[in-house]
Design a protein around this ligand. Structure first.
Ligand code: WTA
Length: 663
């Protein structure tokens, strides 16, 4: 697919602009456009940002790009990121609140920096007791409880990389990630609250551990108090082992480039990739973007990023970014509709949240629920609104600004990826005039471009592929255990190594308008974006063909008004099994079991054959056209054009009886 095929582009209104309000501009952390010029020397710019970190030993070189595309930032520096996130705050701000935590059932906890520090040290001591050493990988599979940020930081304290697996993933998905990382310890919960129900995390972890051999100990946080099996010699209650530990633990000294964490994300193959992030560069970029993009005044702001820590947004803007800045955040455990559809606005009002960061899919859901719910609450504390995860349509952007932001609050649309670690394209709320639906400009210190198939920069007003043309500190350092795939996935397409030119290909289409604003157009590869979650078409296809009734499957993301994209599957069956409603349900559940509920197709159409080119490639574009009810242009290049009409008809019938997108 090329970006010009893309349909999300529909209604961009390039003319509407919003200058920063005086209230934000007057007191903004970044108040002048001069910062972009100052950052022209990008190494000097990032070196300046790195001054806010706590260093044990200074670095000798800002960037070593001699082994491109393998970057090393702040070469030779020594640090432990938890000294920036915790220790440095104790003397003067130890009593400041780090997290206001709110459980879904309504229970609450206020956690100061001093308390967080003590809890992190205790868990680090507990992990050391079960044999964790620097460099060991620790898997984390938890709900949004206070012990979750504690777990990440305890690993970091020991220099033991964490690999957080989102609690919505299935046992199989957890097992794959544990195996790929060869994790030694797993930290999990008995269960997690989600919309009034218990997600049985420990039970799923037990299933996962039947398929793994590397885990020697499992620490289990008691949260939902559902019954769980505790395997003697392996499973330990978190509260039992942690409560007997001392509340101090010297931080393990790490190199700037030591592995901080792995985070698995979907690519264009069935196997998720372990994205590698290291210590100093990552922390530098999340700390700096947290300040620049959210205009964070850490002593006054109450920041709430609604993302789950299972995703990169939670790593960077629930845990590391806010804590390194000494900020106060809200951490909410559960669903936005529990007990009623005003839960988010109730939280904003009660904690007087000043900066809210959420996803377009949530915003569209709130729009659908109606203005009545935010209308019940005083939202006047809000002064910045952020969005991330997928392109935001101008209508949702305007609703966010008007209804949630009272018609004045700046919206910062932030484009970035698991791979980029931190914001890349985003407005500076005290400086940038925004346009609804545009992420505006690359941040200071970042160099981006939009290029054509040959890698040539396209003129303003045209679309192409989004690329990053210079290294940045929080860039992924690789794919865990697969250097070749790292080069092939991100660097091969547009780089010219013989000229020393390395160009990072993001996988997204983008357009720059005549004023140079960036408009993101969605993925141009086989990655779907469902409610801001990245899911590979191949991952879902291989889950489907794993079912004994399925011969072949093709999966596409079709546009959906709420979830951005929705997963539509086309399936041919083996033998004589009839494709009926019962089988549709069975296949949807099968995918949920293999990957997680987020990957469950909303529709499945059975067909005798899939439309293929004469060379045997499945025509996904055509299936998208069918799914989105577009006119099916020229299909003469197909090997089996007759099958197309039939699929289109069946899809029409399916649509009438389709499952709701969020089921
Ligand atoms: C998409 C999430 C448009 C994009 C931080 C990217 C966006 C993928 C935006 C990364 C945005 C994220 N506008 N598209 N503001 N933010 N995306 O790795 O397609 O979960 O490549 O990181 O989400 O998703 P990931």
């Amino acid at each position: 697919m090329s970006p010009s095929d893309h349909t999300i582009e529909a209604l961009f209104d390039e003319a509407r602009t919003f200058a920063p309000p005086d209230s934000v501009r007057a007191n903004a952390i970044v108040s002048s456009e001069a910062i972009y010029d100052e950052a022209a020397d990008f190494e000097a710019f990032w070196a300046k940002q790195a001054e806010s970190l706590v260093w044990r030993e200074p670095y000798d070189q800002v960037l070593d790009w001699s082994k491109a595309p393998f970057a090393r930032w702040f070469v030779g520096g020594r640090l432990n990121v938890t000294e920036s996130c915790l220790d440095q705050h104790l003397a003067e701000r130890g009593d400041r609140v780090a997290y206001y935590w709110e459980g879904e059932p309504g229970d609450r906890k206020v956690i100061t920096y001093r308390e967080l520090y003590a809890e992190v040290c205790k868990l680090a001591n507990a992990l050391a007791e079960v044999g964790v050493e620097k460099g060991d990988r620790i898997a984390i599979y938890m709900g949004m409880v206070p012990e979750l940020p504690v777990a990440l930081l305890a690993c970091a304290r020991l220099g033991a990389p964490h690999s957080v697996v989102f609690g919505g993933f299935s046992a199989d998905a957890l097992a794959d990630r544990i195996n790929d990382a060869q994790a030694k310890v797993l930290i999990t919960c008995d269960g997690a609250w989600r919309a009034g129900q218990v997600v049985p995390l420990k039970q799923m972890a037990d299933e996962a551990l039947e398929q793994t051999t590397s885990i020697s100990s499992v620490l289990v946080v008691r949260r939902t108090e559902n019954e769980v099996d505790m395997k003697p010699g392996r499973d330990i209650w978190y509260h039992e082992i942690v409560s007997r530990q001392p509340g101090g633990r010297p931080a393990t000294e790490c190199d700037s480039e030591d592995l901080l964490y792995l985070l698995y994300t979907s690519g264009t193959t069935a196997k998720p990739k372990g994205i590698v992030h290291t210590c100093a560069g990552y922390l530098t970029a999340v700390t700096a973007t947290m300040r620049m993009v959210f205009d964070l005044h850490e002593a006054q702001d109450i920041f709430w990023c609604t993302a789950d820590v299972g995703w990169v947004t939670g790593h960077s803007y629930v845990v590391y970014g806010p804590l390194a800045n000494g900020a106060t955040s809200v951490l909410y455990e559960g669903a936005p509709q529990y007990p009623d559809k005003d839960r988010f606005w109730d939280i904003v009002e009660r904690y007087k949240v000043t900066v809210l960061y959420t996803a377009p899919t949530s915003i569209r859901t709130f729009m659908k629920w109606g203005d009545e719910y935010p209308g019940r609450h005083d939202l006047s504390s809000l002064r910045i609104l952020g969005t991330v995860g997928e392109p935001i349509n101008p209508e949702a952007w305007m609703w966010y600004r008007d209804v949630i932001g009272g018609g004045v609050t700046p919206v910062v649309d932030t484009w970035w990826q698991t791979e980029t670690g931190a914001h890349i394209i985003a407005p500076l709320p005290g400086v940038t005039t925004t346009k609804p639906g545009s992420a505006t400009f690359p941040l200071p210190g970042i160099a981006a471009d939009v290029v054509d198939d040959e890698g040539r920069s396209v003129p303003l007003g045209q679309g192409g592929y989004l690329v990053l043309t210079r290294p940045w500190p929080s860039m992924l350092r690789g794919i865990y255990g697969d250097d070749n795939r790292f080069i092939e996935t991100y660097w091969r397409r547009f780089s010219r190594p013989e000229e020393g030119k390395w160009v990072y290909f993001a996988g997204d289409g983008a357009k720059r308008d005549h004023d140079g604003y960036y408009w993101l157009l969605g993925r141009v590869d086989d990655v779907m974006n469902v409610s801001g979650h990245r899911i590979s078409t191949l991952e879902v296809e291989s889950a489907l063909v794993d079912h004994p009734a399925v011969a072949e499957a093709a999966v596409i993301g079709r546009n959906d008004a709420t979830t951005g994209q929705a997963i539509a599957a086309f399936v041919t069956l083996r033998g004589t099994r009839e494709g009926d409603q019962a089988l549709i349900t069975e296949l949807r559940d099968h995918v949920a079991n293999k990957i997680g509920k987020i990957a469950r197709p909303v529709s499945i159409v059975f067909t005798e054959e899939l439309p293929k080119t004469r060379s045997g490639k499945i025509m996904r574009r055509l299936l998208r056209d069918i799914s989105e009810e577009r006119h099916l242009g020229d299909i003469t290049t197909l090997a089996n054009s007759a099958v197309v009409e039939e699929i289109a008809e069946r899809a029409r019938v399916q649509r009438k009886s389709a499952a709701p997108a969020d089921a």
